[in-house]
Design a protein around this ligand. Structure first.
Ligand code: F6R
Length: 616
């Protein structure tokens, strides 16, 4: 939700670097964008509704002057409709201070009324303009930007990541963070701030993470992080192992397609170094922090996440029950807050999040900890809030995910959860060495099997199904057991990128209501790969066909029975049942992609969405 980039350099011009960083943050919001620089003692701002390309056009038409100090923003509207005037950066009414902000100032109406009564004039409907005026007012009282930001934030309720600059301090940026992500970049020639690390990879790979309630003062050759009481803190630099190339499209027409194709590598990076093949066990890094004894003492698991990560979490619950015989439940993280605060006992909560910054998941994590529970984070971003705040951590190694619709991150999460299930199953004595060896062997073999999904024999049927699906308005995705979360995820992918209405259901539920929807224009996408539930799925297909419904089935190559019952068959290699979600989800991702392509949708940045939902 909104992306921020800011830079202060020793001489030179930071405009191009800031704009390049902003482009990598476009996935966080793309309603409008803007940039401000300080030049000759004055703040200059350019802002434009629409994507960053519109801002670039505006900058080509009406250039900003070169500057060694700049802040920029890409917006996902919360307060105030997407419009030029509501785009960031926002100035105070005397043009002395400029602010970029990600988050929500909850008491902005009250602050606005107070400031208006003091004579401040507002030209937008945004909470950020209120913040800029508040900082401006405190600046005049205190004469120091850092002190002014700190004083202003004492009056603010809500979430923010912000960067401010002031006419009276031409070499200074002040950054602050509360519940919205912000990292500081430490470069040879300057200091930077951004909503995530990939935005700054073109400038540096050395980062300082800002925690909640902290502020930072950046100059071209120094940075100081201040704690909640304003005192300077010692804070080390973290080196990021992502490369700038990983955040580029690399010849693919869309990030989504590139990221779908990266999944075999995600498998290798997330799993293979952790496999102890001879012992049939798994080794996580030190930040996992749970030894055999701790794993043996677990009585129950709780999985929480949002969106696609929730579907991975549902699979995690089933894998853990299967391989470690641990009971568990999966909750939508946003609902957890409303559950009665029961004793956490010997439970472990697993919070799954690609970004590690999803507000609902973080709120749930904090609530668990307040209730005395422990949290294991499964996360793709080192240094993110989840990675820092969880008691235990397993990182997925997916590389930066840029496409707004999550694909490879889901894949990496399921791989990590499979490893976790083996690790806990072994520690609890549920799995013996031979079974552990077999499970790891199956996982390694998958890499090669996945490659088949990208060959023409597999892609042609997906394209044919997409030709058909692009003409329908609604459809149902059905699966049973491990196929159920896969169906939910398939439906979510399709609706996100194609805007076709799609619902995922457990196939057993079909006859309890959804079957009423089925007719010649209402197709069903069904997961029919080998395993305990395949025969029942085939019966469901017959029931759909009997009512004139069209069927798209994901099934093993050469499954003639499913082929006979389906209008379109999306073939996948036959793999062990527990790994089927990893192969079954790939043709569904490609189906969503190909359908959206036919409909001319904005695949990497679907309307209304933002990749990292940092407000509740
Ligand atoms: C869907 C999608 C979202 C995210 C959800 C959670 O394609 O990307 O549903 O999965 O917003 O995000 P993370 O995993 O970052 O917590």
């Amino acid at each position: 939700m909104c992306g921020i980039v800011a830079a202060v350099a020793a001489g030179g011009d930071v405009r191009a670097a800031v704009l390049a960083g902003l482009k990598t943050l476009e996935y966080r919001g793309y309603d409008s964008a803007g940039m401000a620089v300080l030049h000759d003692g004055a703040i200059q701002v350019r802002r434009k509704m629409g994507k960053i390309a519109a801002l670039e056009e505006e900058l080509a038409r009406d250039e900003l002057p070169p500057s060694s100090l700049a802040v920029a923003h890409t917006r996902w509207a919360t307060h105030g409709a997407p419009a030029d005037r509501n785009a960031h950066p926002h100035r105070d009414d005397r043009d002395e201070v400029v602010v970029v902000h990600n988050g929500i100032i909850e008491n902005y109406v009250e602050l606005r009324e107070r400031l208006a009564a003091e004579g401040h004039v507002f030209s937008t409907e945004t909470d950020t303009e209120v913040l800029a005026n508040l900082v401006g007012a405190r600046m005049r009282e205190l004469g120091d930007l850092h002190a002014a930001v700190r004083a202003a934030l004492e009056e603010v309720e809500g979430a923010y990541a912000l960067v401010a600059m002031a006419v009276s301090e031409p070499g200074t940026l002040v950054a602050a963070r509360m519940d919205s992500p912000l990292v500081l970049g430490v470069g040879k020639d300057g200091r930077y701030a951004a909503s995530d690390m990939p935005a700054l990879l073109g400038l540096t790979r050395d980062f300082v993470v800002l925690e909640n309630h902290e502020t930072a003062v950046l100059h071209a050759d120094s940075h100081v992080v201040h704690g909640p009481d304003g005192a300077p803190l010692e804070r080390g630099v973290t080196r990021c192992d992502w490369t700038p190339e990983q955040a580029e499209r690399g010849g693919f027409p869309h990030f989504m397609l590139k990221e779908i194709h990266e999944q075999p590598d995600v498998l290798a990076r997330t799993a293979f170094d952790r496999c102890r093949d001879t012992e049939g066990d798994v080794d996580f890094e030190d930040d996992f922090g749970l030894d055999d004894e701790a794993l043996r003492s677990l009585k129950r698991l709780r999985f929480m996440a949002m969106g696609t990560s929730l579907h991975a979490a549902m699979l995690g619950q089933r894998l853990l029950a299967e391989l470690a015989r641990l009971p568990g439940e999966t909750l939508n993280a946003s609902e957890f807050l409303y559950s009665p605060p029961l004793d956490e006992g010997d439970a472990l909560t697993v919070v799954v999040s690609q970004s590690g910054e999803t507000a609902d998941s973080l709120r749930a994590l904090r609530e668990v900890k307040e209730r005395g529970g422990r949290v294991l984070g499964i996360c793709n971003v080192r240094g993110s809030s989840l990675a820092r705040e969880a008691d235990h951590l397993v990182l997925t190694h997916c590389g930066p995910e840029v496409g707004v619709a999550s694909t490879k991150a889901f894949f990496g999460q399921v791989v990590a959860l499979y490893l976790l299930a083996i690790r806990i199953g072994r520690a609890r004595g549920v799995l013996d060495v031979a079974r552990g060896q077999q499970l790891l062997h199956d996982l390694r073999a998958l890499r090669h099997q996945l490659e088949g999904l990208f060959k023409e024999e597999a892609l042609a049927p997906v394209r044919a199904a997409a030709d058909y699906l692009a003409g329908v308005r609604s459809c149902l995705f059905l699966g049973r057991a491990l196929g159920h979360p896969v169906a939910l995820e398939g439906a979510l992918k399709l609706k996100e990128v194609s805007y076709i209405h799609a619902e995922g259901y457990p196939a057993g539920e079909m006859k309890h209501g959804p079957i009423a929807l089925i007719d010649a224009d209402f197709p069903v996408v069904a997961i029919c790969t080998p395993g305990r539930v395949r025969a029942k799925m085939v019966s469901n297909l017959q029931e759909v066909r009997a009512r004139g419904g069209k069927v798209i089935a994901v099934a093993a190559e050469g499954d003639t029975e499913v082929a006979a019952a389906a209008d379109f068959l999306l073939p996948v290699p036959e793999v062990p049942e527990l790994l089927a979600p990893l192969v079954d989800s790939v043709p569904l991702q490609l189906l969503a992609y190909e359908t959206a392509l036919r409909l001319g949708r904005d695949i990497d940045q679907p309307r209304n969405l933002a990749k990292s939902v940092t407000v509740e």
